[in-house]
Every structure is written in C-alpha cells, then in structure tokens.
Write a protein that binds this ligand. Sequence first.
Ligand SMILES: [Zn+2]
Ligand SMILES: [Zn+2]
Length: 266
Amino acid sequence: MLFEGAIGAMRPGAGLADYLVLVGIVAASIVAILLVTGAFFEFINARHPERKIQTRVNKNKWRELAYAPGSISMISITFAGGLFCQWQGWSMTPLPLTWWSIPLTLGASMLLYDTWFYWIHRLLHWKPMYRFHTLHHTSVAPTVWTNHHETIVEGVLNQSFYTLIVFVLPIAWPVLVAQKIYDQVSGMLGHAGYEHFASPLARKPWPLACTVFHDQHHGYFRYNFAHTFSVWDRWMGTLHPTYDTTVERFERIDANPKAAGSGQPV
Ligand SMILES: [Zn+2]
Ligand SMILES: [Zn+2]
C-alpha cells in the first residue's frame, strides 16, 4: 500500500520517531486546510457584507492566530495518536471499508463527537474550569481565524476524542480522516462571522446547525454549546431562543440580498 511505504507509523512495531513524523504530517495538513479555508471565507465574506451576523467588529482577528501553533499541535498529537493506536493494533479492529460500514461508522462517530463536544463545552463553562476557556470567549465577534484561539487544555479536552474513539468504535482510519477534515473546515465555518449556509435543514425540526449557531454562543455566551447538530442544546434547553428565527431571517437575506439591513445587533 502506498501509505505504508510513505508513513512508517503504519508498519507493525513502529516507534516514537514514526509517530512524530505522523504528527508532523497531520500538522502540515491542518495548516493547509486552515490557509485554504481561511482564504476562501475571507473572499466570499468580502463579497457578501449583507450576510454579516453581528454588527460588532473583531479588531484582534490576526492576533488570535498567535494561538494557532499550540492549538494545531494539540490537534495533531491527539489525532495522530488515534491513527497510531489503530495501525499498531492496540485499539478495536476497524471494519473493512464497504458501502454500509463507511456511512454507519462516520455517522456514529459524528454523533459521538457532538455529544463529547457538547458536554466538554458545558464542563469548560463550569466556574472551576472556565479559566481554560476564557481565552476563546475573548472573541465576542468571531472570525474564520478564531477556531484555533484556544488554550492548550481546551484543545486537549476537545481533541482527545480522536485518540479515544478508535477504542470504542471500529471506524477505519480513512473514515476518521474524512471526519477530521470536515471537523476542521466546519470549525472554521462556525466562526466565519457571516451566514452563507442558512437553510431549513439548519432549524427546527431538522438537527443541523449553521454559522449563526456558534456565532450566538460567542455573542450571548450561555447558549448553543454543541458543534454540528443542535440536538443536545434543544434537549437540554440551552438553544438560544432566537436561533431558529435568525436562520429564517438569513434565508430571506440569501433570497433577496438587497432587502438586507446591516448585521444583527446583539
Ligand atoms: Zn464556550
Ligand atoms: Zn468558538
């Protein structure tokens, strides 16, 4: 297999040096995703000022990137850890890639990650833990670059999911890689500050969340703790009361951009 020749960590009995090379490959990939996704959203945000969610302006957006090296390092160490454990046969034996195992394990892993993210996030808002999360909330009006504006502890708590999941779900590594790529892009999308993906699927009775969802978490602080789905927030009563109607408002802006006013006051 091509990868086994290129990535020593895939060979049985691989050592620390192989693992560190893998960490470097993951880190380089995340930086590439960061730059491409960031440039893409800078471009379309500039073309659609009517889609800005808040009237506030984030004056520190470039300074927030100073925390990206620490955040990306934690993501890389934990994600590479999951791959390495599976390749070395220390975790569950993954299912072979088939037409049914791919959507089944991907769907299960995404639901589990949303559950993990919701409750870790609630934990980080608990007073004794909030000091590890306060940095992320200094971005009241997030931008596409805010995703990595976090402490090392917050990064480890969120991302250790990717080390542990291979021990509880027989997910094949290419599926886990696909999920991680989605996670990186959607994490940046959730902070983009502009709503480009408002649709009925992102509001009641559907479970998906669009950019307004996490933007309201930053703007209002006490609501919308989950990541990809709004389900946990709806169940636990932590969904912002105006979330569904705000998504509907952005659907109308998408349909008729000239009717839009400025962003939503918060
Ligand atoms: Zn928070
Ligand atoms: Zn955030």
